[in-house]
Design a protein around this ligand. Structure first.
Ligand SMILES: Nc1ncnc2c1ncn2[C@@H]1O[C@H](COP(=O)(O)OP(=O)(O)OP(=O)(O)O)[C@@H](O)[C@H]1O
Ligand SMILES: [Mg+2]
Length: 236
């Protein structure tokens, strides 16, 4: 197996006195799709936030392509190729779609060369149609698509997403996963790690699943067995 793109070993993370992760080993290889699931407060967000350096109090090994991920230095880590789509509608609502994408492309500091905006419009033509519209006027699903396109505009070498379908209607959840599939297929070597509460579409999207329970990894393996609710409950 080639060297992992993302490699966490013996990771612990806390927020003050609150321990959020303990003894986490999690490696992601080129081209993998991983669904990270688990109860509220289990540590899913903390796991992906650690990977982009957004949790200052961490210990253990966190490496991206063999180089340490710097805690607290999110902008630097994004510039190095760690694409991150945070939970919530993280677009600038009062700016146009195009402006949002341009700002995101700048965060990637021209990584990958080419034209990130053209690339984003190629992936999601609806965003090209709406490029002059304010991001806040888009539907929830379209805002999420923009948010994914913004992460992709940094030309990442890995894409981490925290609950991209949070608060969306079931039909829109499907749309967002269809968008994610487009992104993953267009970037076959780029691993995609998606934190989700919508377990069914997440497991359909990702052949590998990780269940986080009370800050530890309770399951890491093929997602297929977890499609059986009884099996899922064993790890929740
Ligand atoms: N900024 C913070 N300050 C203090 N405690 C925090 C902070 N962020 C998270 N925690 C705590 O750390 C633990 C893990 O939180 P985390 O957000 O990683 O869970 P999660 O699995 O993403 O939950 P959810 O499904 O609600 O998004 C929880 O107990 C949470 O209360
Ligand atoms: Mg979370």
């Amino acid at each position: 197996m080639s060297a992992p793109v993302l490699d966490l070993g013996g990771v612990a993370a806390s927020y003050g006195y609150r321990q959020a992760l303990s003894e986490v080993d999690f490696a992601v290889a080129e081209g993998e799709r991983v669904a990270v699931i688990g109860h509220n407060g289990s540590g899913k967000s903390t796991l992906v936030k650690c990977a982009v350096g957004a949790v200052p109090e961490v210990s253990g090994r966190i490496a991206y392509r063999g180089e340490p991920v710097l805690p607290g230095r999110v902008a630097d880590n994004v510039r190095r190729g760690i694409g991150f789509c945070a939970q919530g509608r993280n677009v600038f609502p009062s700016l146009t779609v195009e402006r949002n994408l341009a700002i995101a492309a700048r965060a990637g500091a021209g990584r990958g060369g080419g034209s990130p905006l053209k690339h984003a419009y190629g992936l999601f033509p609806i965003l090209a149609d709406r490029r002059r519209q304010l991001a806040g006027s888009l539907s929830g699903g379209q805002q999420q698509m923009l948010s994914i396109a913004m992460a992709m505009a940094t030309a990442p070498g890995i894409l981490l997403l925290d609950e991209p379908t949070c608060g969306l209607a079931p039909a829109v959840v499907e749309e967002v996963f269809a968008a994610l599939a487009i992104v993953a297929e267009a970037n076959a070597t780029m691993p995609v790690v998606v934190v989700e509460q919508n377990v069914v579409p997440a497991l359909a999207f990702a052949p590998r699943a990780v269940v986080v329970r009370q800050g530890r990894i309770a399951y890491d393996g093929p997602s297929a067995p977890l499609r059986e609710p009884a099996a899922l409950l064993d790890y929740y």
